[in-house]
Design a protein around this ligand. Structure first.
Ligand code: PLP
Length: 336
């Protein structure tokens, strides 16, 4: 009964820069994103626009399209440079008195671009809007300071840099000052004030309890708990340092050994603006990815031509990265 809050508080303390009492573990990212976005637009009733970017992860765009249709809202699309990401200037152009909510990713899932969360959050707040950040690609690999940045709402998964494994549950953060005024749409028994009262009507529980819906996914939480022990031992600052070294290693290797085969590195050159993954683009990458999987080298393919290398710093060695890149080179040479 306590695990969604206890594990949420540990994720918050070790990876989100957030005080206790603002984070739960539950559901999937998709479902928590729906719950928080829907709660936010209801709180900002009267404002009829939601800002989102065309390069955001599909689930984020799809959930918002659904909410917009359900609530009669308009999506205001930002079109970022696909090799980089959303800038504060682009957000400033679209936010205004009609904006209810701004939903963006901290680290872009393809390019790896790190958005300026404090600057964009401040811009949204100046317009009277709420912000919801997707931290799927930043929690556990980059320093995050949700409380200091004044973020309202955030969600993220635990199966990327928190190594929980496929289907591990997600987390949600709700700034303490907002908790009493937000009403999420999936009212379930675990979110009720007295879970075992089994009474006739729903009364939301206090604080973060009201954001729960059903039974906590306990088994899926166990690997996350163990990963948090490792993160605690290493510290996010050291993890980020290794992450930067790993991505720089990929970029340098690609520049010296894959450029002659026509590979481009997609994404920011500045390590300050680069998250924990690197995307290498080439027209043959879809085929190459399939061949790599056959060889036991398992990167992602991201449309249209990107091989995405996700480097979880605590469980990935430089030797493994080099072996994987050698395999990419061999597969590309076999096709050139
Ligand atoms: C991985 C990822 C998700 C995943 O959503 P699930 O509901 O956990 O499958 C959502 N958003 C972003 C930005 C992601 O990278």
């Amino acid at each position: 009964m306590d695990a969604p809050f206890a594990l949420g508080d540990r994720i918050a303390a070790l990876t989100l820069g957030a005080a206790a009492g603002q984070t739960i573990v539950a559901d999937s990212t998709t479902v928590l994103l729906y719950k928080l976005a829907r709660a936010a637009v209801t709180l900002r009733e009267g404002r009829d626009e939601v800002v989102v970017d065309s390069d955001n992860f599909p689930t984020d765009r799809f959930v918002l399209e659904g909410i917009a249709a359900e609530r009669g809202l308009t999506l205001r699309w930002i079109t970022p440079d696909p090799a980089l990401g959303v800038t504060p200037e682009q957000v400033a152009e679209v936010v205004g008195e009609r904006t209810a909510l701004v939903v963006l990713s901290h680290v872009a899932y393809r390019s790896g671009y790190v958005a300026d969360v404090p600057a964009i959050t401040a811009l949204a707040h100046r317009a009277g809007a709420l912000v919801l950040w997707d931290l799927c690609h930043s929690a556990g690999v980059l320093p995050v300071s949700l409380d200091a940045w004044g973020v309202d709402l955030a969600v993220g998964c635990t199966y990327k840099y928190l190594n929980g494994g496929p289907g591990a549950p997600a987390f949600a953060y709700v700034r303490e000052g907002l908790q009493g005024s937000l009403t999420q749409p999936i009212q379930g028994w675990m979110g009720a004030a007295d879970v075992f009262a089994m009474g006739p009507g729903y009364r939301p529980g206090p604080g973060m309890r009201s954001f729960l819906s059903g039974t906590p996914p306990i088994v899926g939480m166990l690997p996350v708990r163990d990963m948090l022990d490792l993160i605690e031992e290493a510290g996010v600052v050291a993890i980020r340092a290794k992450s930067v070294a790993l991505t720089a290693f990929v970029v340098e290797w690609a520049e010296s050994r894959l450029f002659d085969l026509g590979v481009r590195v997609v994404g920011p050159r500045d390590p300050e603006r680069r998250g924990g993954h690197v995307t290498l683009a080439h027209p043959a990458m879809r085929d190459v990815t399939a061949a790599l999987w056959e060889r036991g080298v398992i990167p992602d393919f991201r449309f249209p031509d990107g091989l995405r290398i996700g480097l979880s710093p605590l469980s990935t060695t430089f030797a493994e990265v080099e072996a994987g890149l050698e395999a990419v080179r061999e597969e590309l040479r076999a096709r050139s």
